[in-house]
Write a protein that binds this ligand. Sequence first.
Ligand code: NI
Length: 408
Amino acid sequence: MNLPAVVDPRLLAHLIAIRRDLHEHPELSWHERRTSERVRAELQELGIVCRAAGDQPGVIAELPGTQELPYIALRADLDALPVCEQTDLPFRSANEGVMHACGHDGHTAMLLGAAAILSRRGPLRAPVRLIFQPAEEDSGGADSMIALGALRDVAYIFGGHVDRFHEPGTIVVAAGTVNASSDEFRIVVRGRGGHAARPHEGIDAIVAASSVVVSAQSLVARGVDPGQTAVVSIGQFAAGTAPNVIADTATLAGTVRTRDAGVRAQVKEALVRLVTGICRAHGAESEVTFVSGTPPLVNHPDGVALARAAAADATGAAALQQMAAVNMGAEDFACYLDHVPGCYVRFGAQVSGRPSFPAHSARFDFDERALAIGAAFFYHAAARASDLLTTRLPLAAERTFGLSKEAD
Ligand code: NI
């Protein structure tokens, strides 16, 4: 793999050192204090101004542009997972039970790399905002940054993830939906307890809830357009206190994944209808509550065009890849794309000569050369978007754009 023109071997070595430091000191969602400190220190070293992110972890930093244009936002995630690391890496987690098992250590290093390139090469015409967000795994991290004004006056946003299906040096830029929505639900079925030998005197919550579990399998199979993709999985079922007692309550919990906002709403509505109907038929009462998670991640056509150009700038057009498989995982970058156009890409990071382990596995690792590709991609994405804004906005319009400059 050749290094991108904007990344020299010294910068890559520095990004690898940052990544290894973060990897050795992983922090869970909402606890990324040390990680945020390291990010702030690196940015200060570059002379980049950081905005306070309230009293939560996370860093927002801004590089001014030379013209009055909206911002280009670049985003990385900071958090690790409650996983006990089982790699033999010399920089494996020193924080027992917590591991960077999803490569967010790499994403943070990549964005710091882009910051270094941007500050070395001088300002773009458009200002650039760097978003280092907490709690991607726990969800809510993206929304917390948005609440802090991370998207104010932003024209385009870009983000990316390391990918074990593609070789280092490649970038996957896919149009349309690239990650699924994720919503959790909880169902409480209330029957009436009694003696197991006299079932006719009670209402068996276990039987009613079991019927819900079985019937829920038809929600997708019979209810969703076969051209669409959706998953309903029930991962928890709790009920009963003794073998000879009819359970009066059963609690189920699960997740709904879809790749389309309409299908998402449809499946959730159908689940409520199904639970209510089945429980009523059993004489039981029911309650369904959803914890709304992330929407489907849908890349915007303008963002895709810019990302394709930026990927070609970073690696050459030949390194552009197609998505290897439909991804039903969720990614809260979707929350940003609900507000502004942009694109989420994947950086090839397959480790060669060793078996590859999936993200969230205790043996997950990636090829660190991907850090150079990510840093270059983020830089070029900002540069391409800045150029597009300059050509789209005539000078008069720039003056009347009405940007509200925020205080640090
Ligand atoms: Ni991840």
